[in-house]
Design a protein around this ligand. Sequence first.
Ligand code: AMP
Length: 562
Amino acid sequence: MTDFKEMGLSEALLQGIAALGFEKPTPIQQQVIPAVLQSNTDLIALAQTGTGKTAAFGLPLLQLVRPQERHVQAVVLCPTRELCVQVASDMAHYARYADQYSIVAVYGGASMETQIRQIRAGAHILVATPGRLVDLLVRQVVALDKVARVVLDEADEMLNMGFRDAVDLILEAAENRQTLWLFSATMPAEVRAIADTYMREPLEIGIASRQQANADIEHVYHICRPEHRYAALKRIVDAHPGIYGLIFCRTRAETKEIAEQMIRDGYNADALHGDLAQSDRDRVMQRFRERHLQLLIATDVAARGIDVSDLSHVIHYGLPDEPEVYIHRAGRTGRAGRKGVSISIITPKMEERIRIIERRARITFARNAIPTGTEVCERQLFYIIQNIRDQEVQREQMAPFLPKIYEALQDLSKEELIERFASVEFNRFLAYYRDAIDINVGSRPRANGRLSDRTPSSGSTTQQRLFVNVGLVDGIQKKDLLSLLIHDLHVPKHAIGKIEIRRTHTLLDVEATYRQEVQRGMSSFNVNGRRIRVNEDNGGHTVAFARDKKKRHANKASASSR
Ligand code: AMP
C-alpha cells in the first residue's frame, strides 16, 4: 500500500502525519501498518533507525487505542531514555489532531513521582525503559493487566544492555496482551529467542531488506596505523568543511578521550555516552540537533536515541564487530533522500572486516587515501571561496559602513583583496598542516607539499625533537613529563621518544604528527608559576641551548639598557 489514506488510519492521524510532512509511507510502514491493523498478529520487523519504524508501530498503536478508556492499553519498551523521549514525542506529534491521547514517557533519571502522577491521570500508552517500568511494577504503581499491545523497539539493543530479565518480567505482567511487535536493527539469537518464547506465528517483515543497503550512502574507508588514527580523523574532518556528523567510537572511554582531544583541538564537538547525567545528555543532544554542535562523538548505545535526519557524514573510529551494527550506524546518514557518506578509519588488521561487511550487506566500499595536508588546505580554501560566493549581503545594514570600508581598502587591487579575504581562514590551516606527513599505510612518511622533508628517525615514523623551557632546576622529572604527555595530553606512549632532562631545559622527541598537539597542549601548563614553552629544536640541543642563552643575554641587555 503506497498511500497512508488506504491504510485504515483515522482522519485525525492522517492530518497529524501530513502536518509532519510525511507524504508517502516508507517501505516498513507500507508493510507493517496495514498488516497489524487488519489482524491481531504478532510481528517481527527488522528495521534500523531511519526507516520510519517509529511511525510503523506508533500509528497503528494510536489507531487501536480507545481514548475513552483511561487505562494503560499499550506499552512501548525502548533501550534508552533518549529513544523513549523521542518515541513518545513522535507519537504525540502523530496524535496532535486526534482525540485526547495520553502518552507517557517513563524512564530512569527523572522524577518517579511525576511519572506516577501522569500514569494515574489516565495514561493510554507508556513508552518506557525496561528498568524504570520494572521499578514501577515492583512498587505496584502501574498495572499492565489491561495492556493489549506491547512493542519492543530496538530489541537487540535492549538485550545487549542486559534487559532480558526486565523484558521477561514486563511481558509476564502484560499477560493479557493480544499482540507483541518486535522491532530490531539486527536479529541475533537472543532476539529470536524472545520471539520463540512469546510469539505465535509472527509475521516477519524486512528480514530480506537487510540486504538492501541504502543506495544514498557512499561507503569509504581509510587505512592508517593505530597511532595515526586520531590524526587521520582530524584530517578527514578538516577535509570536509561544513561536515555535520556523528563519530562512532567503540567504548565510553574512547568516546570521552576523542571528544576531549577534539574539543582541545578547537573542533565544535561534544560527546554522548552513558556516563553523562541525563541533563547533560539532553543538553548535548539539543545543541547537536540545533546544529550548534557540528560533530557528536558517541557510543552505539548512546547514539540510539539520536533522531537527526540530515547528517552529512557518519565516521567510524574503528569498526564494530557486527556487520549489522555497521549498517545501522551508516544508516544515520543518507536519510530522507539526501546523500550521505559513511567513513571508516581503520588499521590494516581491520581490512578483513570491511570485506565481511561488503559480503554480508552487499555494499561496496571504496578505499580512499587519507587527505594530505595540502589537500586539506585546498579543500578548505575552496570552501571559503564558495562561502564568499554564497554569502548573502545585507545591503541596507551594510550601507552605513561601506564608505569607511571602501576607504580602508581603497589601495588594494581586486586580486589583492581576493587574496586577503581568502587568507583569513586559510592561513590557519596552512600553518597547522605545514609539516603534516602522509599517514596512509603503505606509503612512506614524507612531508607534505613544499615545506619540510625531515627523514624518519626510526622505522617509518618521523620523530621531532622539541625544546621545552623547564628542566632539573625546576624540579622536573621524567615521570612528570610522561604523565603530562600520556594522561593529560593523550599522546600515545609509542609516540614519545627520548626525553633528556637537562639543568635548565628538556629535550623531548615525539612523533612529528603529535608535535602540534604537544606544543599546544604543554603550553597551557605552568611549572612553579612559569608557563611551559615548547619550541621545535631545529639544530639539536646545543643550538637550542645556545639560542636560549643568547635570548637570555638579549633580555638582560634590554633590561639593563632601560
Ligand atoms: P525512525 O526510523 O522512526 O527513527 O524515522 C526516521 C525519520 O524519518 C524521522 O525523522 C521521521 O520523522 C521520518 N519519517 C518517518 N516516516 C516518514 C515518512 N513516511 N515520510 C517522511 N519522513 C518520515
